[in-house]
Write a new protein. Structure first.
Length: 281
């Protein structure tokens, strides 16, 4: 048996087509403001990809490129301005930020109604309470959609998350708990991760270590979701050892072409939802 390859590119394309149709019916274009501090190589590429994908569905982007040594006060003033600007529907601050900037204070300054990354404590708090936030983080939303394609009933499933980040692990754990999964969140200090993953129905790898999850880490017919994007010998690979596991797993996301395209599609969906929210549509 060979695992089903979960095609994130195709699903993301379908979502983008639906968004394009919706946007065509609006009286003006939704707008996403992106704050990019410094020149982190990966962030520059992610932001460029977001701009390009947004343009394709008819969403405008304003990218604010700030110097690496910008003061926190200046960033907060920019966010205040964007919060007040009725032409701006969504605001994201690309992470990571330089060490002198306080991520919590900066994210916390974004209006929860424009927080299309879903990182504001108001939105994460509602998610924690199993109530409906304005926005949920894009990568976890995309991962959940891909899991649903191969595993429509999630109640009672054992899920192991590798990585406990603000962007992926934590919100995804909450989303899956709200779907009645039994969720183990592992991180760099977790001992014997393998003991946990060997009992998992679903593993989500978001640790940023190339091909860390091996065949002997998984039980037969497990579903593997790979959030990793690593460069190894000039090639992109994930956190899952894809070639090693393809025979044993039930389904696996490829890298590239799995979770990555879904993250961008869900950010665009959040931006369209922000426009609708602000226009009472
Ligand atoms: N850095 C890596 N992924 C993300 C994301 O989804 N949003 C933001 N703001 N920064 C990121």
């Amino acid at each position: 048996m060979t695992a089903e390859i979960i095609d994130g590119r195709k699903t993301a394309q379908e979502i983008r087509s639906q968004l394009k149709q919706a946007v065509a019916g609006f009286s003006d274009s939704p707008k996403l403001a992106v704050v990019l501090v410094g020149r982190d190589e990966a962030s520059v590429i992610y932001v460029r990809n977001k701009e390009k994908a947004a343009a394709e569905v008819g969403i405008g982007t304003d990218v604010y490129r700030l110097a690496e040594d910008v003061s926190e006060k200046q960033v907060l003033q920019l966010i205040d301005r964007l919060n007040e600007d009725v032409a701006v529907n969504g605001i994201i601050v690309q992470l990571p930020l330089p060490a002198h900037l306080n991520v919590g204070r900066i994210i916390g300054r974004i209006s929860p109604l424009k927080d299309v990354d879903g990182f504001h404590p108001y939105n994460t708090g509602l998610l924690q309470n199993n109530e409906k936030p304005y926005f949920v983080a894009a990568t976890p939303l995309g991962v959940l959609k891909l899991i649903h394609q191969v595993c429509p009933v999630l109640s009672g499933k054992n899920v192991v998350l590798i990585g406990a980040s603000l962007i992926v692990g934590r919100p995804l754990a909450t989303l899956l708990l709200n779907q009645e999964c039994t969720v183990s969140i592992t991180h760099v200090h977790t001992q014997n991760i393998k003991n946990l993953t060997q009992n998992a129905d679903i593993i989500v790898a978001a640790c940023g270590v190339a091909r860390m999850v091996k065949k002997d880490w998984i039980k037969p017919e497990a579903v593997l979701i790979d959030v990793g994007i690593n460069r190894e010998n000039g090639r992109i690979c994930g956190d899952v050892d894809f070639d090693d596991e393809i025979e044993k797993a039930a389904a696996v996301t490829p890298v590239p072409g799995g979770v990555g395209p879904m993250t961008i599609a869900m950010l665009l969906k959040n931006t369209v939802d922000a426009y609708k929210l602000q226009h009472n549509i």
